[in-house]
Design a protein around this ligand. Structure first.
Ligand code: FMN
Length: 359
């Protein structure tokens, strides 16, 4: 299989020093419920060695009282991985951090951005933007027991809050409580009247405000998230920000991850070893099936690869519909790869990375 990924030598790299805890610019794949499960992360890890991968949000109560192995175990190959927790009870969050320590996560993150009704009824997620003192208590409790960085992912505000007024105070409290890094989804969430999906699209993005927060907090690691649809945009944000987090674009157009090590981390330019990606996924799918999973659990996350390549449509068809048939072999992945003109590269940009066809 040909070495097709573009390796543009004159890309500016952003392999620059940054504040602790990472000490360098960071590219992160955002936490996404139902999407960034362990199979998805293993797949993304075949495409980038260095991007920071986030889990789906896991609710602290579920870790305390639920099937914790199922919720927390992951493959060594996925590192670096950050576990995102949901919750608002400092004691429970601290206990969840203690339990998660045995699993070897590289970072623990607290969700202060999810606006779904289910999450609001548990009084956590984005509605916590209204009670920064509660979040600070949570962060302090998590920090007290964590051996790894504790970070926060937040919005710029909710409902009638004025982001320019509340965000500086929110960030100061997080830093005061010991947060090691803060990822900011650069739009408000509306807690009533908008669905979670609409809350990722309708409230306007305010990158300037997030940039201002970075300028005012030069020593604090601040990452930006929201509406960033390709690597060119991501790298531009890194002119100002320490980190950049892409959710939907990483998922729907996973090919972009193959350039992250080079363009963000300054790794030497080298062609993508697509044979290794294919074989890595076949071997992984075999292990998943052997332990009781289904091929489709793995392949459903792979349909966003090869967007814009000739043959991508057939690739998607094979991996989405044929992979659901009973007893189908992981070799189907080889069949899907063979349908793509990989050597020809991406012909078109394809659909926007922010389309949410799969939602
Ligand atoms: C399907 C889906 C599930 C999501 N689940 C979570 C989640 O568990 N925790 C979280 O903090 N954000 C979650 N988000 C929000 C993303 O992390 C991210 O903030 C948002 O999609 C904006 O970034 P993007 O424009 O790069 O996608 C989710 C987004 C999507 C599309």
């Amino acid at each position: 299989m040909g070495a097709a990924m573009t390796n543009k030598p004159d890309f500016p790299t952003r392999a620059i020093p940054g504040p602790a805890p990472y000490g360098q610019a960071v590219f992160a794949v955002a936490p996404m419920i139902d999407w960034t499960d362990r199979h998805c992360r293993f797949f993304h890890r075949q495409l980038t060695r260095q991007a920071l991968l986030y889990t789906e949000m896991v609710v602290a109560d579920a870790i305390l009282y639920g099937p914790r192995d199922k919720l927390l175990s992951f493959s060594e190959a996925e590192h670096p991985v950050a576990l995102q927790l949901g919750g608002s009870d400092p004691g429970k969050l601290a206990e969840a951090v203690r339990i998660a320590a045995d699993y070897g996560y590289d970072e623990i993150n607290l969700n202060v951005g999810c606006p779904s009704d289910r999450v609001q009824s548990g009084t956590f997620g984005a509605c916590l933007m209204q009670t920064p003192e509660v979040v600070a208590d949570c962060v302090a409790a998590m920090k007290a027991v964590a051996a790894v960085p504790v970070t926060v992912k937040c919005r710029i505000g909710v409902d009638e809050q004025e982001p320019a007024d509340v965000l500086p105070d929110f960030l100061a409290r997080m830093v005061g409580a010991g947060a090691d890094a803060i990822w900011i989804h650069a739009r408000k969430a509306w807690l009533k009247g908008l669905s979670p999906k609409e809350n990722r699209e309708i409230p306007p993005l305010d990158y300037e405000l997030v940039y201002r927060m970075k300028r005012e907090n030069p020593g604090v690691f601040l990452g930006i998230n929201g509406g960033i649809s390709d690597l060119d945009q991501a790298v531009q944000h890194l002119d100002v920000m320490d980190g950049v987090m892409l959710g939907r674009a990483s998922y729907h157009n996973a090919t972009l991850l193959t350039e992250v090590d080079q363009r963000v981390y300054g790794a030497a330019a080298r062609p993508v070893d697509w044979d290794a990606v294919r074989d890595g996924m076949i071997g992984y799918a075999e292990r998943v099936i052997a332990s009781g999973g289904r091929l489709n659990h793995v392949t459903r996350h792979m349909v966003g690869l090869f967007q814009g390549f000739a043959g991508a449509r057939r690739y998607r068809q094979i991996l989405s519909s044929e992979a659901t048939k009973p007893g189908v072999s992981p070799d189907l992945i080889a069949e899907a790869f063979a349908a793509v003109d990989i050597a020809g590269g991406a012909k078109t940009q394809g659909a926007s990375g922010n389309s949410e066809a799969a939602e």
